[in-house]
Write a new protein. Sequence first.
Length: 272
Amino acid sequence: MSVFNRSVVRLHRNRAAATINDCDFLLNEAGDRLADRLDDIRRRFPKALDLGCHDGRLGRCLRGRGGIETLVHCDLSPEMARLAAPPCLAADEEFLPFAEGTFDLIMSCLSLHWVNDLPGALIQTRRILKPDGLFLASMLGGRTLKELRQALAEAEIYVEGGLSPRISPFAEVKDAGDLLRRAGFALPVADSDAVTVYYSDPLKLMADLRAMGEGNAVIERRKTLSRRATLIEAAKRYREMFGDRDGRVPATFEIITLTAWAPTPSQQKLNR
C-alpha cells in the first residue's frame, strides 16, 4: 500500500537542503538522543550506515562515538546527501543498494516515517546488518503535530466545507515494536517521548515544516495550494485552542526510538 508520493518526498528534501540549517532544532534533538543511546552500549561498531541522513546531522552529533571508523551517509535526496561527509550516496530506503551483512550498525534519524513499505525497509535493513549488528533509529509517532492537525481540520471544514489529508499519518509505538519483530530482528524495543516546541505564530510552525522538508507528501492530498483564508482560520483556531497567556502555541513532536539486533544464536532471549 502506498500512502506517500516518494517523488514528492524527494523533492521536498531537495528543496530543504538550502534551508534546513534555519530550523534544525528537531534533527539536533533527535540526533543527540540517538547518540546518547549509543553511548549506553559498550560495543564498537567499525562500519556504520546513517540511513536517511539529511545533511549528515546525525554524524556530527555522534562525533566518533561507538567506535565508528567508517560512517556511510545515505539519503533519498541527492541534494541532502551532497551536504553530508563522504562516503555518501543517494538511495531509497525501500531499495537499499548494499550487500548482505555489510554493516555493524545502522542508524536512522527522523526519516523512516516517510517510507511506504516500512516492513520491507526493516527487512532490508536487517539483511544488510552483520549478525549481532545493531539497528538504532528514531521516527515521528502518532502524537506528532496533534495541535496543528486539529486546527487545520476544523479550519478546512469551516472555510471549504470539506476535509483533505494535510498531515502525514504516523506510526504508533506498539506498531513499531511489532514491525521490528515481523522483520526478524532480535531483542526489539520501541519507546517514545514527546518534544514540545513553542511558537509565537502557528504560521511560523508551518513555514518551519516546509523548510525541514516535512511538507505534505500524502498521495491523496489536495493538489492545489491551500487557501489563504483556510490558513488564517487555522492559525486563529490554533491560538484559541492551544495558546498560552504569553501568546505562544505548542507544537508536539512524538519521537519513537527503535532498538533491535540482527539475530545470532548466542543472543539472549526476551521473555514474551
